[in-house]
Design a protein around this ligand. Structure first.
Ligand SMILES: Nc1nc2c(ncn2[C@@H]2O[C@H](COP(=O)(O)OP(=O)(O)O)[C@@H](O)[C@H]2O)c(=O)[nH]1
Ligand SMILES: [Mg+2]
Length: 653
């Protein structure tokens, strides 16, 4: 199959990633490109899912992974970056660094993965290469080395000065010329930076640099490649995707300066499934990068972690974005597997069970949830398959039933993300769902010990019912326990399970607002029975009522879920975020600087955090991100509790 280079395109929405990917493939002769081809993408005109496509330059297969820039679709970046030989962060030359550029840098820069920056849209009237580069340096810590200085004539982007070769290259076969006089200073300065940064990677080169000996383009290029591979040097290039300018140099850099670290072709097969999609024609596709060895049609592999056997049936390589069947794929290449429904997202498959799993990035956790209900009976039937397909292929969509409220909850990265997935379920599976804010899964508990005795007695014609028990309720951190401390035989052993059943029933709906009761220890310590009229059922009634009576006297209260929240926020917003958190009954646990941001750690009730993703976005112009996870249950403050109880009563009426 020859050499391969895998490039992940990342950056803010609208910077031109998809246009660039299409331009590169078209230039290489690919036809019928299908970018942004899902119904939802067509409707909106932007990217939602990763698109993978391959083209050839000389004999090298270049596979591009085009990702969306929308912050709620961030998981696609987490899929592509770990399998890329190069992550190309694309910027809009008029705008410089934007919100998702920051996110992209976090993912690549922190992990020191080979990264380059492409300042695109250089044809635009207000395109400013220098300002864009300055914004990169202001926002990020890294060694950014421009490889080019753009040449503009009368507002047109006409060429670049290649700083490695130190010559001007004009677009459209106008060939090479001398460096324009008005750029001489800028070129000298930029070349100075390039020489200095690059030579810092090689002692011999550093000596030459310091002694002002000539450094050849070849030496520069080789050392640059090392620095790039180490994730230390970040080359900066420029382009116009719509005018097809700068693409040759970009391709040259990709093929010459980017190294591919591949395992041995002779090693046992290992591949990582970095992306799953549901293709309208081919069904589920698992996109894999072969790490070691060769994947072969008809030769089964295993999920190295779970041990599940994976039959390799259809292997597809790409011509542009079009799939075509191949019989094998070698280390370094990206292909898709058809009919591989057992392959899990981010899972490694290999020749043997228990092989080392390939390290992917950890996906962010969902931060926003909605309760979903099918609109009609027909939707009920189709809903579970549609939900399963979406939740299996998307790491940041989680679906499950809340054990307390019994609602079906769909979690995602925000309002846009979830609405879109619901729209997709309608488009693809013809399932209609209603959504609403999920009910908070409050619980009820007690704060002191109390006892109650209850006699259940009924005489209605024939055989009567009789059971009497006395219970003690005590606060108990461990959730629930039931203790039988009957002395003598005031209640015969055979009726005790009846008492406990009654207690469990009573705990399903507490007396305050019908939320489940937790953290109580229940002891049955006395009672009485009737030799003829007693039954398990009668003791169940007694147990239920005794529990309820004791509960009322045990200083009951509501518990609410408390979330642990980490907000990553640019310094200038830190104060605002903290005071907002206090307004949400939150508690700040700590703060830590991280690069040019601050991580604010806090705890806050779920009730106050249900629309946080929207609020945070508007407060910080989208520049802050957060993660949230359930932490614990905690007593609701008295005034809030009254409101919740009143509301629960109202809903019941
Ligand atoms: N003038 C100009 N417009 C561009 C360029 N690249 C992309 N665009 C336009 O910017 C818009 C967004 O492009 P798209 O590729 O969808 O951006 P993405 O969100 O990064 O994938 C489209 O209207 C493109 O035509 C460029 O180099 N120059
Ligand atoms: Mg796009």
């Amino acid at each position: 199959m020859g050499q391969a280079r895998n490039i992940c395109l990342v950056g803010h929405s609208g910077c031109g990633k998809t246009t660039l990917a299409a331009a590169l493939m078209t230039k290489a002769g690919a036809k019928d490109l299908a970018f942004d081809s899902s119904q939802e993408e067509k409707d909106r005109g932007y990217t939602i899912d990763m698109t993978v496509g391959t083209f050839k330059v000389k004999d090298i297969s270049i596979t591009l992974m085009d990702t969306p820039g929308g912050d709620e679709f961030v998981e696609e970046m987490y899929k592509g970056v770990p399998v890329a030989d190069l992550t190309l962060i694309v910027l809009n030359a008029e705008k410089g660094v934007e919100v998702s550029t920051e996110r992209a840098w976090e993912i690549t820069g922190v992990a020191k993965r080979p990264t380059a920056i492409l300042i695109n849209q250089m044809d635009r009237e207000n395109a400013k290469f220098d300002a864009a580069l300055t914004s990169v340096r202001d926002h990020f810590d890294g060694k950014f080395v421009p490889l080019q200085v753009p040449i503009r004539e009368n507002g047109d982007f006409v060429g670049v000065v290649d700083l490695i070769e130190n010559e001007a290259v004009y677009f459209g076969n106008k060939g090479k010329k001398d460096i324009p006089a008005d750029l001489a200073d800028a070129v000298e300065e930029a070349r100075g930076i390039l020489l200095e940064e690059v030579s810092s990677f090689d002692d011999e080169l550093m000596m030459k640099f310091l002694e002002e000996e000539p450094i050849t383009p070849h030496e520069l290029a080789t050392t640059l490649a090392h620095g790039l591979a180490a994730g230390e040097l970040v080359p900066v290039l420029c382009s116009s995707a719509t005018e097809g300018k700068g693409l040759d140099v970009l391709l040259h850099t990709i093929t010459e300066a980017v190294e591919q670290k591949v395992g041995s072709i002779d090693a046992p097969t290992r591949a990582v499934a970095f992306h799953l999609s549901s293709d309208p024609y081919l069904g589920r596709l698992a996109f894999v990068k072969v790490i070691d060895g060769t994947i072969q049609e008809g030769k089964s592999l295993y999920d190295v972690t779970t041990g599940t056997k994976i039959e390799i049936r259809d292997i597809y390589a790409f011509d542009g974005t079009k799939q075509h069947r191949v019989s094998s794929a070698e280390a370094g290449h990206i292909v898709a597997l058809g009919k591989a429904d057992d392959v899990v997202l981010a899972g490694t498959i290999g020749a043997e069970r228990g092989m080392e799993a390939y390290k992917m990035a950890e996906f962010p956790k969902p931060v926003y949830s909605r309760a979903i209900t099918p609109k009609t009976q027909a939707d009920v039937e189709k809903m579970s398959e549609a939900l399963r397909e979406i939740a299996t292929t998307k790491a940041t969509v989680i679906v499950g039933r809340d054990p307390v409220t019994k609602e079906m909850i769909m979690e995602g990265m925000g309002d846009i993300h979830l609405s879109l997935m619901i729209e997709r379920m309608n488009n693809r599976y013809n399932v209609s769902l209603d959504t609403r804010r999920p009910t908070i899964p409050y619980k009820e508990t007690i704060r002191k010990t109390a006892e109650a005795r209850y006699r259940h007695k009924k005489q209605s014609g024939g055989r009567g019912q009789f059971g009497e028990c006395e219970l003690r309720l005590e606060p108990f951190e461990g959730g629930y326990q039931f203790l039988d401390k009957i002395k003598g035989a005031s209640i015969p052993g055979q009726y005790i399970p009846g008492v406990e059943k009654g207690v469990i029933e009573a705990m399903e709906e507490g007396n305050l607002a019908k939320f489940p009761v937790t953290n109580v220890s229940v002891t049955v310590f006395d009672g009485s029975y009737h030799p003829v009229d007693s039954s398990e059922l009668a003791f169940k009634m007694a147990g239920r009522h005794a529990f309820r009576d004791a509960f009322d006297n045990a200083n009951p209260c509501l518990l609410e879920p408390i979330m642990h929240v980490d907000v990553r926020v640019p310094e200038e917003f830190t104060g605002d975020i903290i005071s907002d958190m206090n307004g949400r009954r939150g508690r700040i646990l700590g703060m830590e600087p991280e690069g040019k941001s601050t991580i604010v750690r806090a705890e806050a009730p779920l009730t106050e955090m249900q629309s946080y993703s929207l609020d945070l976005k508007s407060r910080t112009q989208g520049r802050a991100t957060f993660q949230m996870a359930f932490s614990k249950y905690q007593a609701v403050p008295g005034n809030v509790q009254e409101k919740i109880i009143a509301q629960a009563k109202q809903e019941e009426e």
